[in-house]
Design a binder for this molecule. Structure first.
Ligand code: PFF
Length: 475
């Protein structure tokens, strides 16, 4: 790579800039919308334990690997592999990432659109005096409608495309650096309110309807009998999704990272913040779920019905509701920008399509797939494959199959193909940083992560059943 090459490439100006951009990508609907409902669907605490182990054992090492690949190669997800492993097939990992970005952003744009509708409804004070049941009815009617969600989805996708095309990402980063701590603060307030709801007693019969403490137990008292292949796969898939891993997003962002940045530290900070926000969202939602005695596995509508219910119990709930959904939309925006960026940087750098055109066409194609996702919740809901509607297929196949597969390839690439010394050199900024746990970390990339992902794939595909039966007999 020539000197000009690395000089002319746009770079993040500061350490905080890198963290803000990567955290902006990581923190989004995955933490506040998907994490609670996945945890609800998959047994609560047991899911969370597997998720946390996956974050540490698989997520963190892969995030560092992606940063290294991107910064070393200074190119998009496909180009990076082409540079570091010329004349090999490794770049298919990047191509798979581009496919994942299409699939994820298609349903992500739909859910982000929902948050805009909730800003709109919040503005009109439409949640006032609605019971959780009313709120569920509101959500169901809206999300299955054939037209209304599309309007918001188009608006959100247009905004995402405009930012990626106009290159005003820096402005967005600056805004989110200020606003994301505000989001954190609101979630913290929600946690306190949700936890302090106490017992819900029916005024006429005197019977206990529900208790917020049960929600805390649901989140943190694991019942390991709930763990099965699907729970493990969902938890690992979610670890990839929430950290934006396995599809080259962090490779792409890594390519803009300054040579002086301490990559492992940045990765650690991003992972920590992301996990913190997810856990706090869980603590905000589940005590209220149990207090109101609604089913915890209610699915994608969970936050849209529970959170407005909690806001009604808070002084100034009107403003909190508005601020919360606005910030959630913004968190979704910084993530969707990174999703679109993966595809656009590939088309513009590798296939030499002009950047603005690449953005326009990519966003249009993704929006079209998104329309199918949105309609599959309403008018097209009878069309299913293996029990999943189009929205479900996009969600399941990307998070639970493509991202872990991409992560597996990235770990194998760094662990087995890329020279260990080059890796050390890049991670330690040519030996200027002291890396205390490099050996442990390298072990995780080389053996732990790939073996864990492989076992999980085999387990969920049913291949390990005979072996497990046999072991059961031995034990
Ligand atoms: N990490 C984002 C979230 O949790 O909302 C979603 C996401 C963004 C996934 C970027 C993958 C990605 F490449």
């Amino acid at each position: 790579m020539s000197k000009e090459d690395s000089k002319s490439r746009e770079q993040f100006s500061s350490k905080i800039g890198v963290i803000a951009a990567a955290a902006g990508s990581a923190i989004g609907l995955g933490n506040i919308w998907k994490f609670p409902y996945e945890a609800g669907k998959n047994g609560g605490a047991a899911f969370i334990v597997v998720y946390l182990v996956a974050i540490l054992m698989i997520g963190l090492p892969i995030m560092i690997s992606e940063f290294v690949i991107g910064r070393k190669a200074r190119a998009n997800a496909v180009g990076s592999f082409k540079k570091l492993a010329p004349k090999t097939k490794w770049h298919f990992t990047g191509v798979m990432g581009v496919v994942s970005s299409f699939m994820i952003l298609s349903f992500y744009g739909v859910v982000a659109g929902w948050t805009l509708e909730y800003v709109f409804l919040g503005f009109q004070n439409a949640f006032k005096e609605q019971t959780p049941q009313d709120l569920k009815a509101t959500f169901d009617a809206f999300s299955t409608s054939p037209s209304r969600p599309l309007f918001w989805q188009f608006l959100f996708m247009a905004l995402t495309a405009w930012i990626v095309a106009a290159g005003v990402k820096k402005g967005i980063e600056r805004i989110s650096k200020i606003l994301m701590p505000v989001l954190l603060l609101i979630i913290a307030i929600l946690c306190i309110r949700s936890l302090s709801l106490g017992e819900n007693i029916d005024p006429t019969t005197g019977q206990v309807i529900g208790s917020s403490m049960d929600g805390l137990r649901f989140l943190f008292q694991p019942d390991f009998s709930k763990i099965n292949a699907n729970v493990i796969l969902s938890a690992v898939g979610h670890a990839f999704f929430t950290l934006s891993l396995g599809m080259g997003t962090i490779i792409t962002y890594g390519s803009y990272v300054n040579k002086k940045n301490n990559i492992s530290k940045t990765a650690f900070q991003v992972t920590f913040l992301d996990t913190l926000i997810a856990l706090l969202s869980g603590i905000a939602i589940f005590p209220a779920v149990f207090y109101f005695n609604v089913e915890p596995d209610k699915g994608p509508g969970l936050v849209f019905t529970i959170l407005p219910s909690i806001f009604q119990q808070i002084v100034g709930g009107y403003f909190f509701t508005l601020a919360f959904f606005m910030l959630l939309a913004l968190a979704a925006l910084t993530s969707s920008i990174s999703l679109l960026e993966v595809a656009v940087s590939y088309f513009s750098e590798q296939l030499k399509v002009e950047r603005k055109k690449a953005t326009l066409y990519t966003a249009l194609a993704i929006t079209l797939i998104g329309v199918a996702c949105s309609l599959s919740l309403g008018p097209w809901s009878s069309f299913t494959v293996l029990g999943y509607n189009i929205f479900g297929i996009m969600e399941y196949a990307s998070a639970n199959v493509l991202l872990p597969l991409g992560g597996l390839l990235i770990a194998l690439f760094i662990g087995w193909f890329f020279p260990r010394n080059d890796f050390y050199d890049e991670l330690s900024n040519s030996g200027t940083l002291k890396l205390a746990s490099f050996r442990l970390f390298f072990f995780a990339v080389k053996y732990l992560a790939p073996i864990a992902i492989l076992i999980i794939f085999l387990y969920s595909a049913g291949f390990l059943k005979p072996l497990l039966k046999y072991l059961n007999i031995l034990l």
